[in-house]
Design a protein. Structure first.
Lengths: 183, 150
């Protein structure tokens, strides 16, 4: 993870800061990240992935997990995407210049690729997984990759708030001023 | 007051620039895990999914994950709180969140658990418990999002 973008505004200037500077950065308008709202739905994805890996809820069939939780995940996904688009277009130029935002969008695109690849292999006929004597490697792979993607996306989403454009990062008072101007 | 004597600038989390975002990155997946596993039981209690599994079985399957998530989320949350306690303490959205969180934890380990584990629970009781649980946990997350607006 590239932390240099975070360290610069914190460490430049007068050494240790009090909480105000950090809060000013957290209070920036980036903070209202749509991913905060998928907590419940994110947890459902997490549990399905852990089930595919054979690490949780092994007495519940994979087919039940996938089929019964699917509408809830779709609901969460639709809410997340709607809020995300609305938030992104409200400050598109700022988001567009933010590498964490671009990285997050790329990972969301990879979620689509994941679905395209693993839907015919795993999610379309989950009964086959339950019928197999052992959890198939492809199911474990689908679970592991999904877990990796869905853990990285909120992390990148959170990092968006910590990115300082290069022109202001060398200026110790730039961050609070910028935030004051945004209010 | 105890907090008045505390100087946040001596807090290591404020000294190291990466510490706060790192803790946030721990905080967010942990609450997804804890609230998500509780929501899974709620979906069942509401009768909206996983009907072939008994609620008691789902509680048994998820409780370790719920507990692990709650412990991590609380530890990381307390550390995040320590970066500027006074600001959080006087923030009404933060207070709302903490009240909902305490309510949620108490509800989860008392009524919610009892209804889910009891095989004789009525449909109405199950639905009420599931709906109340979802509502409380959604409020916790909303409180968390909204304290940056106060």
């Amino acid at each position: 993870m590239n932390v240099s973008g975070i360290d610069q505004p914190m460490d430049s200037g007068h050494g240790p800061r009090n909480g105000d500077t950090r809060l000013a950065i957290c209070l920036s308008n980036y903070h209202f990240d749509a991913l905060d709202r998928i907590a419940i739905f994110g947890g459902l994805i997490l549990m399905t992935d852990l089930r595919l890996l054979g690490l949780a809820m092994t007495d519940v069939p994979v087919a039940t997990m996938i089929r019964h939780l699917r509408p809830w995940k779709w609901l969460g996904f639709v809410i997340m995407v709607t809020c995300g688009i609305l938030l992104a277009i409200s400050k598109m130029s700022a988001y567009y210049a933010n590498p964490y935002f671009l990285a997050k969008l790329s990972l969301l695109a990879l979620v689509g690729v994941h679905a395209l690849v693993f839907r015919p292999l795993v999610y379309k006929n989950p009964e086959n997984i339950d019928a197999a004597p052992k959890l198939p490697a492809v199911a474990r792979l689908a679970g592991a990759l999904s877990l990796l993607l869905w853990l990285s996306i909120p992390i990148l989403g959170r990092m968006i708030a910590y990115y300082e454009p290069p022109t202001t990062s060398s200026n110790a008072i730039a961050a609070p001023t910028l935030i004051a101007a945004q209010r | 007051m105890l907090l008045a004597a505390y100087d946040p600038s001596t807090n290591p989390i404020n000294i190291y620039g990466w510490a706060f975002p790192f803790l946030e990155c721990v905080h967010i997946p942990s609450f997804a895990l804890s609230i998500g596993t509780i929501a899974l039981v709620d979906v069942r209690l509401l009768g909206l999914g996983l009907q072939r599994q008994a609620p008691a079985q789902l509680v048994k399957d998820t409780s370790a994950f719920t507990l692990a998530g709650l412990i991590t989320v609380i530890v990381s949350g307390v550390l995040l709180f320590s970066t500027d306690p006074l600001h959080y303490y006087y923030n009404s959205a933060f207070r709302f969140k903490v009240i909902c969180l305490v309510l949620g934890i108490v509800f989860n380990f008392t009524i919610h658990r009892k209804v889910a584990l009891n095989t004789d629970s009525s449909v109405t009781a199950s639905r009420l418990a599931g709906a109340a649980s979802l509502l409380i946990w959604v409020c916790v997350v909303f409180g968390g999002v909204f304290y940056s607006f106060y």
